[in-house]
Design a protein around this ligand. Structure first.
Ligand code: C2E
Ligand code: CA
Ligand code: CA
Length: 228
């Protein structure tokens, strides 16, 4: 309510070194708390739904500003908490934000984690399917961590797989990590998904990922998340 939140943007780069899209990441107050600390608090105190709605509206507003400036507008991915699906009427919130700012749905992407399937997965799959039908790409975040990720791949409608940073960290020194990434890329291909490598920090990692055929990379090597 006191507008103590801010959205920062981190670019995702394609194989030719151009910006493919951005990820919106939330910041709070003086930034002494990381979202890894305040998001779980918001989730457990009933505040995740209004905060998530704020992020969606703020991103939609920003997209409309870029459009108004006649810039080449790239899609922006928004992280979505499972609470927003189960308690927040995500679909309605997204439609409302797009309408308010007269935006094409293809400018918005939704990032989820497999935790979204913990409760009533049929409901979540329908919601995500409806968003996707509108033209919003769905990205599966932190892929490779957590439980039974592989079984979810064939169940959730997904367009993009984001390989977790923990795999990228080991890619240059560790043959096993490299093999794992190659396998994830093959899975993504088989399901016609694109692949994003997260947390890319060095040139060696970029080169290795490019040679493995990873479409898109994101990380401090190119840019930290920045305020506009
Ligand atoms: P995430 O969605 O996996 O986001 C990636 C995190 O990695 C971000 O941390 C980003 O700043 C950081 N990162 C990006 N590139 C690099 C890199 O090269 N090296 C390192 N060490 N880190 C990198 P951040 O912004 O602190 O966000 C942490 C988590 O908080 C996010 O992880 C996401 O789960 C959650 N989060 C952030 N904003 C939102 C939001 O608006 N809604 C929801 N539901 N969750 C959010
Ligand atoms: Ca994310
Ligand atoms: Ca992630």
């Amino acid at each position: 309510e006191e507008e103590d939140f801010q959205v920062v943007y981190q670019p995702l780069m394609d194989a030719s070194g151009e910006i493919a899209s951005f990820e919106a990441l939330l910041r709070m107050g003086d930034r002494s708390l990381s979202p890894l600390e305040f998001i779980p608090v918001a989730e457990n105190s009933g505040l995740m739904v209004p905060i998530g709605r704020y992020v969606l509206h703020e991103v939609a507003r920003q997209l409309s500003v870029w459009k108004g400036q006649n810039l080449e507008v790239k899609p922006v991915a928004v992280n979505i908490s499972a609470r927003q699906v189960y308690e927040g009427n995500l679909l309605e919130t997204v439609v409302e934000a797009l309408k308010k700012y007269h935006l094409d749905p293809s400018l918005l992407e939704i990032e989820i984690t497999e935790s979204i399937l913990i409760e009533n997965s049929t409901f979540a799959i329908e919601e995500l399917g409806a968003l996707r039908k509108m033209g919003i790409a769905i990205s599966l975040d932190d892929f490779g961590t957590g439980y039974s990720s592989l079984s979810y791949i064939s169940k959730i409608p997904i367009d993009i797989l984001k390989i977790d940073k923990s795999f990228i960290d080991n890619i240059t020194g560790n043959k096993r990590a490299k093999v794992m990434i190659e396998s994830i890329i093959n899975i993504a291909r088989a399901y016609s998904m694109s692949v994003v490598a997260e947390g890319v920090e060095t040139k060696e990692q970029v080169e290795m990922l490019t040679s493995l055929g990873c479409d898109i990379v994101q990380g401090y090597y190119y840019s930290r998340p920045n305020p506009l």
